[in-house]
Design a protein around this ligand. Sequence first.
Ligand SMILES: [Zn+2]
Ligand SMILES: [Zn+2]
Ligand SMILES: [Zn+2]
Length: 294
Amino acid sequence: MRSGIFSSSSSAVSSGRPTSEKYGYAQSNPGGFHQSNFSLSMITPLKNPTHKDSCHICNCSFSLINKKLICKGCGEPMCYMHSSLLDRFNLERICDVCMRQILVKQAEDEIAEVKQRCSGELSFSVLEREEKTRLINKALGRLRKLRIEKKDLIEKFKKEEEKSKKSLQLVSDEVKKIQEEIDEYRKQLEVQKKEEHHNWERMKMTVEDQNALLHEVSKKEVLNYELESNVDNRTKDAQQCLELNVLKKQLCIICNNALAKSLPHMFDEISPQKKSKSQRLQEITKDVCKCSLF
Ligand SMILES: [Zn+2]
Ligand SMILES: [Zn+2]
Ligand SMILES: [Zn+2]
């Protein structure tokens, strides 16, 4: 039986209809060979061929021109048109049905290989994805941690900023206070300087006054001394005057005049005027002395 040899799509072949147009694959490479590595082991050979003197595909009769060929796969007879070389290095021929079977088998193998490779790649990508997911989770954890740290740091920074602002305010207040104190001290210093200047002026004036007074005192002392000496002189003069007056009263006018001539400073009151002095003296000397002093 053919069941198990062909896929379900090849049921038309098992029905035995000979029209080659039904087999789109069959005449693609008539009488040629396929380049893939085909193997007869891919075909399950039939034990009892269904045809003897005609092609089992197109049912054509064999002749001298249309030679009968035997498929190395299924053992069925076939015409040249429905045969192919197994491959480049194998000159054995197989029928189109067996070729299709080989192609299907090869395609299935390729699909299986691709499937296996894809599943390998898939499992690898699953592993990779898991690894990446693990890395992402790790990174997310780290991110969460960093966010919390950031939040903490921001709060800490805010607190420190607040603290710094407060201490800055305190320091500013202190500086302001000190500045005010300095201003106050400066004012006091200014006032003190003014007072000192005033005092110095006063002291200077006082010293000047004192010097003036001392000068005055010394002047007065000199004056006093002069007055004292004057008093002494006057006293002496007075004594002399007294004696002189006594003498004057005792002398006559002629002798008085004679004395006044020799001691003019003692006889101011009786001294004649300068212009008429010599005249007067001549007149006086004409008289006769009464006291007989001279
Ligand atoms: Zn044929
Ligand atoms: Zn065959
Ligand atoms: Zn006389």
